[in-house]
Design a protein around this ligand. Structure first.
Ligand code: SF4
Length: 62
């Protein structure tokens, strides 16, 4: 399993970090989110973050 973000599409809203801070972190300088734990984390929260991302730029490979 791998989680990644398309940074070009990310609008820096911070929703993913709010939902699942174990995996996502908002870089407030770049105003882009980054994946701090690409190999795992709570699957249900990752799914929720993917569904809640307004830019639909979080991807998961299984
Ligand atoms: S929810 Fe999506 S658009 Fe918002 S910060 Fe996270 S990756 Fe970026």
């Amino acid at each position: 399993m791998a989680v990644y973000i398309d940074e070009d599409e990310c609008i820096g809203c911070g929703t993913c970090e709010e939902i699942c801070p174990q995996v996502f972190r908002l870089d407030t300088e770049k105003e882009k989110a980054e994946v701090i734990m690409p190999k795992g984390g709570p699957e249900d929260l990752i799914e929720e973050a993917i569904e809640s991302c307004p830019a639909s730029c979080i991807y998961e490979e299984k």
